[in-house]
Ligand binder design. Sequence first.
Ligand code: GLV
Length: 339
Amino acid sequence: MHYSEEFNVKKILVSRAVFPDVIERLKRHFDVETNQEDRRLTREELAVKLVDKDGMFVAGDRIDAEVLAAAPRLRVVANMAVGYNNFDIDAFNRASVLGTNTPDVLNETTADLGWALMMAAARRMSEGERFLRAGKWDRWAYDMLMGSDVYGSTLGVIGMGRIGQAVARRAKGFGMRVVYHNRSRVTAEIERELNAEYLDKEALLKEADHVVLVLPYTPSSHHTIGAAEFALMKRTATITNIARGGIIDDVALIEALRAHQIGAAGLDVFEGEPKLNPGFLDLPNVVLTPHIGSATEATRRAMANLTADNLIAGLGEGPQAGHPPTPINPEVMAHWSHG
Ligand code: GLV
């Protein structure tokens, strides 16, 4: 008889490579199947591996009704990301599977990248570096690589959740006016603390010098920004997306950048990533990063450990047994039979 059957040790799958010490933590509680070579598993491979698994540690893998149907024992799927648009939560609820994510631990790191992209776009840093590396810098010129000011300008944050608030908070040191748009207004206290003024989307797009997108991707946020929105923006404005591909219509953005309808863009996320529309590659006025919003060692470690905490507690192990710290749909746990 296999060890895990004999002692009723639960089985989990870790679908992507992750810090070895986090794998070791998981091994103290579970029979762990890992994918440390980090080869993206096909849906067929996933289905085979999930047949006998109780839990799963994932990073962006699409988990839907079809995957869940292949996993009769599965109770917890822990995502090493705050965004969970890779989960079909209705399917999770129907199957009584708990999903978890990693809120809060990445707020400041992701807000930092938003600012880095915004400032790099405003000050044409990638363009300047390419120019320099290509050996084209041979003299001073009064109008060389003139960008737009960040200090003293108007920041427009669309999506005023935890990361949006962290982006807005940084504006104080830059003497900026902060305007924001969100599905619902934040509390008066938060508005006061951030010195942030609520505007409808159209007014924000007209008034902001620098727009930063920090909203979750859902069917209703698909193409929040497209041709009609670029038409409202200032010709010098920048737009930064640290949220998800699909919130901006990339084809419309490429057109707006090409036509200088807006000044520049800073993008960490793309429709269809890791592929991206090749139109971006020829444009000088866009700064591109490969979805690294949360990528500092401290934050990625915090995310991996929070994902492990969720899996351990969700599967009834460890000191927080039965109380995963950051569940998405905790109500499903009431349907679990004990034992
Ligand atoms: C990264 O994109 C995340 O959602 O954590």
